[in-house]
Design a protein around this ligand. Structure first.
Ligand SMILES: [Fe+2]
Length: 172
């Protein structure tokens, strides 16, 4: 199994609604998008709104990142807060970490991603990791996966779905 679940204290989480989210940028791997389309996933939006660290993030994000750095042997963390408005559907994929790998000059085998659910689960919010469905999460629940574990994220509900994504190098 290439993933595990845990929980942080939700009081570490600050305001994630009033962040200035930039406009959408579509998923960066054309081959994946073509594969989705070829099996019938014809959507307007495949990705949501990503506020990446280089644009500036609230302090509470760094506190959460420190929380994980204190407990795991990881380094070179990079964060983004991700808002998926209703109608955002990302079928099964593997994260490519193109930019992260370029900047940090590291191999696939050394990467992990921590996905922290910022809000309680709402109707229509979905996550799946290596064919395991995840719903009903509470604010502060998280999933960690390593390297290229496949996953799905979608919002077929009525309210925005918010997560904090931390990408890191796993030290051996
Ligand atoms: Fe992903």
């Amino acid at each position: 199994m290439n993933y595990s679940f845990g929980k942080i204290d939700p009081s570490l989480i600050g305001d994630f609604v009033n962040i200035e989210y930039p406009s959408r940028r579509q998923f960066r791997d054309d081959e994946t998008v073509e594969r989705w389309k070829s099996i019938g996933h014809l959507y307007v939006n495949y990705t949501g709104l990503l506020r990446e660290e280089y644009r500036g993030l609230p302090k509470w994000c760094y506190k959460i990142s420190e929380y994980f750095k204190d407990r795991m042997n990881i380094s070179k963390t990079s964060m983004s807060v991700y808002c998926m408005p209703p109608g955002t559907i990302m079928p099964e994929h593997r994260d490519m970490y193109h930019r992260y790998k370029d900047i940090n000059d590291i191999d696939d085998d050394d990467i992990c991603r921590i996905l922290v659910f910022l809000d309680d689960w709402k109707s229509g919010h979905y996550f799946e990791i290596e064919d395991t469905p995840v719903i009903n999460w509470k604010s502060g629940d998280y999933c960690i996966w390593y390297n290229d574990a496949s996953h799905i994220a979608a919002n077929i509900g009525r309210e925005n779905r918010y997560t904090l994504q931390i990408t890191a190098k796993v030290e051996k």
